[in-house]
Write a protein that binds this ligand. Structure first.
Ligand SMILES: C[S@@+](CC[C@H](N)C(=O)[O-])C[C@H]1O[C@@H](n2cnc3c(N)ncnc32)[C@H](O)[C@@H]1O
Length: 293
């Protein structure tokens, strides 16, 4: 996503619309199940959008066409959630998000302006302890590397929050230089979003089995990350998530029109059924995509 429309709205490619369709499909399934649980033990369940966005982005291939962004997908989900938290760092966007209260007067909508890491950890998570018998679905949809691993850890430790993350694979690969070791500041930046960076040392080692003689070694780069694959990085992130959540879906790779991987979408949950549903939705999406639709 690189361009904004004349009212500051995002102009989004096909893959972003597909991401929103996947979100809507899962929200429907989630809400049906949670609504059933309300007849038993559950007190309330919420939708939390940590990167709420521009509400009605425009389609890249036809800028006259408006698309319902993630807050609208959630508000349109039936059965309804008991409440909605919308967070965005941009004050202009937050103003627009406030207007959703008029559009949906019967809903409980909380809007927060700020860095979602702070809002989630300081304002949202303290309201969702395990003893409260509440649950929340948290959508983490940044442009780049804005979701701190520490926030993910805190969300996981509530055991009340499931997270649907759009992990920026491109954001990480873009930081890794091809022919030299990354600067310590870069390693730190990646560590802040991925938790561990042991893998960085591994990919910058010489490939196994390659023996360089003295002459070659002076002309060869000592570090090389050419082997890094988007699929591998996406798996690595989901493995990391598995250290915090009991169940994690497969990652689905979101590609742009030239087939480059931009993001990896996945669900992390404490509930196994949630993961089965997500994997079914992702598998169906991939089958259709492979058929060229
Ligand atoms: C990819 S867009 C979200 C799109 C939206 N989820 C959708 O699908 O319609 C990312 C949004 O995050 C906001 N943002 C960027 N950094 C943020 C942060 N640290 N905390 C909260 N919001 C942030 C931007 O202003 C932008 O509106």
């Amino acid at each position: 996503m690189s361009r904004l429309g004349n009212e500051g709205e995002d102009i989004i490619g096909r893959w972003s619309e597909e991401k929103l369709d996947l979100l809507a499909k899962y929200l429907k399934a989630y809400s049906v199940i949670m609504n059933e649980q309300k007849k038993r033990w559950l007190r309330a369940y919420y939708y939390i959008d940590a990167f709420a966005g521009s509400i009605r982005p425009r389609a890249k291939e036809d800028e006259q066409r408006y698309i319902d962004g993630s807050p609208l997908r959630a508000l349109q989900t039936e059965p309804q959630f008991d409440g909605y938290w919308f967070v965005d760092v941009s004050s202009r966007r937050v103003e627009r998000i406030q207007e959703l209260r008029e559009e949906f007067p019967d809903r409980v909508i909380d809007v927060c302006q700020g860095n979602c890491n702070e809002v989630l950890c300081n304002e949202v998570i303290p309201q969702l302890p395990y003893s409260s018998k509440q649950r929340a679905f948290v959508f983490l949809d940044p442009y780049g590397l804005q979701v701190d691993w520490e926030t993910v850890r805190e969300l996981a430790s509530t055991r009340t929050c499931d997270i649907f993350v759009n992990f920026s694979v491109m954001g990480v690969t873009r930081l890794l230089p091809r022919e030299q070791n990354p600067e310590p500041a870069v390693v730190e930046q990646i560590s802040k979003v991925m938790g561990s960076t042991d893998w960085i040392t591994q990919i910058y080692q010489e490939p196994l089995g390659v023996q360089l003689d003295m002459f070659e070694s002076s002309t060869q780069p000592t570090a090389n990350r050419n082997t890094i694959q988007a699929e591998w990085l996406a798996r690595l992130y989901t493995e990391q998530l598995r250290s915090l959540f009991q169940h994690v879906s497969k990652p689905v790779l979101m590609r742009n029109s030239t087939n480059s991987v931009l993001y990896a979408l996945c669900l992390a949950s404490h509930n196994e059924t949630a993961i089965k549903i997500t994997n079914d939705i992702f598998n169906q999406y991939e089958r259709l995509r492979n058929l060229g639709r």
